[in-house]
Design a protein around this ligand. Structure first.
Ligand code: G3H
Ligand code: 13P
Ligand code: ZN
Length: 316
């Protein structure tokens, strides 16, 4: 069942975080739904601009509608990840998305405010909620590459002003993470003081953590042993997910870790079975492994086991 992002945040706030997982194809979609039903967790499906271009945006929408029928127990929201203004309007007008992210964090503050406010005004007319971003994460996201020295943490005073002036519904803040498999050139910890600073100024306001993949070292080792080259890859310490959630981080974005599962499964499969040239046997292994991975993340986020309570709270 597709619900609004607002309903999910209301239930999660201060207790647990929703896993926000990106999808690109059918196997990823099946694994995602299986893992969330297996762990009885509500979740957020994220669609990036790159994913919309990969096959066709209508293909993603069709897969999600089909999965909703195949897994009637599931409760989730559909979200545009890292949108520009034009893509936000396309998603808002489609009537399919629960929420959009307008990412104008690379713009100067006043320009970020102006762009975000325009998107918020248009989104709210259609009851779509808006995630905005302030501060800058390092790493790669689609066609934008931000060097570590250009990344900067969110300033809590500016965040409070930004939220008030734009009317956005949630805020992605930079707290030391970065996108991709190579995070933290220095210490591996999150800047909880930034989250706390925003919480004090805007109590009850939902925050979002991007770049949250943990880059499991066992996964990296297996990929490298099977011919990969991901030396020095590392991610967020998973023991920091729940403390962040308790401080108001309602949405934790995880994409890279899923790509690592895909890479490990495919590399190992074809090394072990060099005679195989069919995509279904390896696809089956991936769907199962991805489902297990999703379930394991939901345990760490505290979203596992929340479906029943959420359904009661929604009266559905
Ligand atoms: O932050 C970016 C997400 O991991 C999506 O990546 O733009 O390559 O689909 P993508
Ligand atoms: P990771 O690259 O850490 O998975 O972050 C994903 C993300 O933030 C998507 O918006
Ligand atoms: Zn992101």
């Amino acid at each position: 069942m597709i619900v609004t992002t607002k309903e999910l945040f209301k239930h999660a706030y201060g207790n647990y975080a929703l896993g926000a997982y990106n999808i690109n194809n059918a196997e990823q979609t099946m694994g995602l739904f299986r893992g969330n039903v297996q762990s009885q967790a509500p979740f957020i499906i994220q669609i990036s601009k790159g994913a919309r271009k990969y096959t066709d945006k209508r293909m993603l929408e069709g897969m999600i509608r089909a999965a909703d029928e195949i897994f009637p127990e599931s409760i989730f929201a559909v979200h545009l990840d890292h949108g520009d203004e034009e893509t936000c309007y396309d998603c808002i007008d489609s009537g399919f998305y629960s929420s959009v992210m307008i990412d104008a964090s690379h713009e100067p503050f006043e320009e970020n405010v102006a762009i975000t406010k325009r998107v918020v005004d248009r989104a709210h007319e259609k009851d779509v909620s808006v995630e905005a971003e302030l501060g800058q994460l390092g790493g790669v996201e689609e066609d934008i590459q931000v060097a570590e020295d250009k990344a900067h943490l969110t300033d809590p005073d500016q965040a409070a002003e930004f939220i008030k002036r734009t009317g956005c519904d949630s805020l992605a803040c930079a707290i030391g993470t970065s996108h991709g498999a190579f995070k933290f050139s220095g210490s591996q910890s999150l800047h909880f003081e930034v989250i706390e600073g925003i919480r004090q100024r805007v109590p009850g306001f939902p925050l979002v953590m991007h770049g949250s993949s943990s880059v499991p070292q066992e996964e990296v080792a297996r990929i490298n042993a099977a011919g990969g080259n991901l030396k020095g890859a590392r991610g967020v310490d998973v023991s920091q997910y729940l403390p962040a959630a308790k401080m108001g981080v309602c949405k934790i974005n995880i994409d890279t870790d899923g790509r690592l599962v895909w890479t490990r499964v495919h590399r190992e499969f074809f090394i072990e079975k060099p005679e195989v040239f069919d995509f279904r046997p390896v696809g089956k292994v991936f769907m199962e492994e991805y489902a297990n991975f999703i379930a394991s993340r939901n345990e760490l986020l505290g979203s596992a086991g929340q479906l029943e309570a959420l359904r009661a709270a929604l009266g559905k």
